[in-house]
Design a protein around this ligand. Structure first.
Ligand SMILES: O=P(O)(O)O[C@H]1O[C@H](CO)[C@@H](O)[C@H]1O
Length: 269
């Protein structure tokens, strides 16, 4: 379990190298690193150089913390995230977010690549995440509560900021983006879902499924950080035309749809 001491040590390392302390953050999902090219005046630190930071092992997750400006708003960008299936504990998964909070983070946009459960969704669609269902075996708040960050029993009745969501919906309309809306189901992975599991995820109210995000949303809510979330639907969970899932395709579709998502993110900042 990561201690407050380790969080503060990582935060100190970052603040010694980056003079500004943006209030806003973005976590980039698989294949969504293209957003970085829209950043101005950026500088980066490799995760591998930051004390106690985990290391990214998944293709499409570069493993660097970037500070720059997006639409003249200073932002922290976590270009690469950690997943439970990589072997990390859930408190490792949310460690970067806690470090950013220690540095002053107030709001975060969380993105991911996900499979579409909702039959009306198509590959390349962008979904505003309205709610989450965590099917992870635990949650990142398990263990001694970090009282410095938040309460033992955080309220999760509105995990995403309703004002920010309304703004995203309005901006999508302005830009003629067919923004889908729905619930994201987080599973451990790395195996893909069986057909029965997909039917189950749909039955319990899921619109998209993936292997990340839910723990970050929980930790952010615990710390009182405002959250906005987007999934890029990279594949249909049950393809209409039979084909095998590949992570390469996920990264490829996310790369392409990422340009539209980047435009939307720029506006909601
Ligand atoms: O959720 P992100 O990190 O975008 O990645 C998604 O893409 C990978 C599968 O292709 C899984 O890691 C899944 O969670």
């Amino acid at each position: 379990m990561k201690s407050i001491f380790q969080i503060n040590e990582a935060a100190k390392f970052v603040s010694n190298r980056i003079s500004s302390a943006p209030r806003t953050g973005v976590i980039l999902g698989s294949g969504l690193g293209g957003l970085v090219s829209a950043l101005k005046e950026s500088m980066s630190i490799r995760y591998a150089d930051i004390p106690h930071f985990p290391v990214s092992t998944v293709v499409g997750h570069r493993g660097e913390l970037i500070v720059g400006e997006l639409n003249r708003v200073p932002v922290w960008v976590l270009n690469g995230r950690f997943h439970y299936y990589e072997g990390y504990d859930l408190d490792d998964v949310v460690f970067p977010l806690r470090v950013l909070r220690a540095l002053g983070l107030e709001r975060i946009i969380i993105t991911n690549a996900a499979g579409g459960l909702n039959p009306s969704f198509e590959a390349g669609d962008i979904m505003l995440i309205e709610d989450i269902i965590s099917l992870m075996p635990a949650n990142p708040l398990r263990g001694k509560n970090l009282d410095e960050f938040g309460p033992r029993f955080p309220d999760m009745s509105e995990p995403f900021c309703s004002t920010w969501m309304k703004q995203a919906i309005g901006e999508a309309e302005n830009q003629n983006i067919n923004l889908r809306k729905g619930t994201y189901v987080g599973l451990t992975g790395p195996k893909l879902e069986t057909k029965a599991e997909i039917n189950y995820c749909r039955l319990i109210g899921g619109d998209a499924v993936g292997m990340s995000t839910v723990s970050e949303v929980i930790a952010a809510n615990h710390m009182g950080i405002k959250v906005l979330g987007f999934s890029v639907i990279t594949n249909e969970s049950i393809p209409k035309v039979k084909k095998e899932f590949t992570h390469e395709e996920v990264v490829d579709v996310a790369n392409k749809a990422g340009a539209t998502l980047a435009k939307l993110i720029k506006r909601v900042l």
